[in-house]
Write a protein that binds this ligand. Structure first.
Ligand SMILES: NC(=O)c1ccc[n+]([C@@H]2O[C@H](COP(=O)([O-])OP(=O)(O)OC[C@H]3O[C@@H](n4cnc5c(N)ncnc54)[C@H](O)[C@@H]3O)[C@@H](O)[C@H]2O)c1
Length: 424
């Protein structure tokens, strides 16, 4: 007898604090959508750092090698000193260093696109302006998040910098623990592929303009390279307008004229900054969703953190996570379900009857999820999913599977390719 196999295998990563609550809300809508999926729980977050010295245990990495997608809640991250003191006493002698499990997940699985759509749903009293519809492409694996950091600074590094860099002279005399160095590393290949993803998205979804965000007038080497790559890629998309702005000016212009912008693409740190601003303009952290997308895996999450002060109260807004769930459905090629879910969210926002505290109401996280689930129409839940990439995601899992079929790789082979060689 053949064992029952669900169509999709999804890693379920609640994490810490409100991460667990918003994923319960996602469960409510996924149950109503009757997605043919097996959800496999994975350990991630601060509690695993404290108890095991690893916020992304190897068993979770193994799980991620064998899933079609992952849904992630949020984690708690703390500075180095707190990380050292909260570690289980038996582990303290092991000289372990805490690193964000999200950043590690992005690097380990080469989830190089951080896609953050920010749309003002009509009737949301929290909208900064109506009709805002921005999409941020944030480079997700390089830049100041590369993790190449020194504090205290080793003498070999100080000596090399003193030899190679004139502007380093004022720092050269400092004691190693009087300063710290974080390396901003941007590669040509990494810059080109994120800009290309932004342009491909713009072309596919008939967006008019791509704006590259940088600070190349001051951060000349790395941002200069990013900008040069962007200009070269833009030439290959003559049908789409291209412009550029310094990060500082961009913040001002976005706030002043958000409707002048369409698709934004930026290196990691600037992308992080502009996407929080964009999320705030469409309702705040309760509405900001995010996809970490690579060629083989995608991990979807709300952009907010674990909000410890609200944890355990089931009062936060699950819409960000439900919109991230919608992105996951698009990635899986379940575009009808994705569209139905977004429609349900839009309806609940427009009606304004069910509102969490951030929307000026007193409904719970689960009240909101139940209200959204109630709007999902039966017929849309049972329509066949299409193989084309509707929705929102530039690279769908289906497209990758089709490519793999062409080269006779199976789905499971596809998800583990290259990962065996990768170290954490
Ligand atoms: N992706 C992630 O997991 C992620 C992202 C950011 C911060 N963090 C971590 O989360 C912890 C708390 O960080 P923080 O307080 O700076 O940021 P946070 O995003 O957790 O919360 C900041 C504030 O935003 C509001 N908020 C957040 N999510 C909300 C929601 N769904 N509905 C309504 N209001 C919401 C709350 O007022 C909350 O206090 C820290 O340990 C931080 O490192 C994790």
């Amino acid at each position: 007898m053949q064992a029952f196999m669900a169509k999709y295998r999804i890693a379920w990563l609640p994490g810490d604090g409100i991460g667990m609550e918003v994923l319960e809300a996602a469960e409510v809508v996924l149950d109503k959508l009757e997605l043919d999926a097996e959800y496999v729980y994975g350990d991630i977050g601060w509690q695993f750092w404290c108890s095991e010295g690893d916020a992304l245990p190897a068993r979770t990495v193994d799980l991620l090698k064998n899933v079609d997608a992952a849904l992630f809640g949020a984690i708690t991250s703390k500075p180095a000193k707190a990380a050292a003191t909260e570690l289980a006493p038996a582990l303290q002698k092991n000289l372990l260093t805490y690193r964000s499990p999200i950043v590690r997940m992005r690097q380990l699985f080469d989830l190089y696109i951080c896609l953050r759509p920010c749309k003002a749903y009509p009737g949301n009293a929290l909208n900064f302006k109506e009709d805002i519809d921005l999409v941020v492409f944030r480079e997700n694996t390089e830049d100041l998040y590369a993790g190449v950091e020194f504090g205290p600074v080793p003498p070999e590094l100080a000596d090399a910098l003193a030899k190679l860099s004139k502007p380093f002279a004022p720092f050269a005399k400092l004691a190693p623990d009087e300063y710290a160095v974080s390396c901003k590393i941007n590669t040509r290949a990494g810059s080109e592929r994120i800009v290309r993803a932004a342009f491909e998205f713009a072309r596919k979804f008939k967006r008019k303009k791509v704006t590259v965000v940088h600070k190349a007038n001051v951060v000349r080497a790395t941002d200069g390279l990013f900008l040069d790559c962007a200009k070269a890629v833009a030439k290959q998309f003559p049908d789409i307008a291209f412009d550029e702005a310094n990060i500082d000016a961009m913040i001002m212009w976005l706030l002043k004229n958000p409707l002048n912008y369409d698709v934004l693409v930026a290196p990691n740190l600037y992308g992080d900054i502009i996407s929080d601003l964009c999320a705030q303009m469409v309702g705040g952290l309760g509405f900001g969703c995010s996809g970490n997308i690579g060629e083989k895996l995608a991990v979807f999450e709300p952009t907010h953190g674990s909000a410890p002060k609200h944890a355990g109260k089931f009062k936060v807004n699950p819409i960000a996570t439900i919109l991230a769930t919608r992105m996951m459905l698009d990635w899986l090629g379940e575009t009808d379900k994705a569209a139905a879910l977004e429609g349900a969210v839009a309806q609940v926002i427009k009606e304004g009857k069910v509102r969490t505290y951030d929307m000026g109401g007193s409904n719970s996280t689960i009240d909101m999820a139940v209200a959204i689930a109630a709007k999902l129409l039966k017929q849309s839940m049972h329509t066949q999913s299409r193989n084309d990439a509707g929705g929102l995601i530039p690279y769908t899992r289906n497209r990758l599977l089709e490519q793999a079929a062409g080269s006779s790789a199976s789905a499971s082979q596809l998800s583990v390719t290259n990962l065996a060689k990768t170290t954490i």
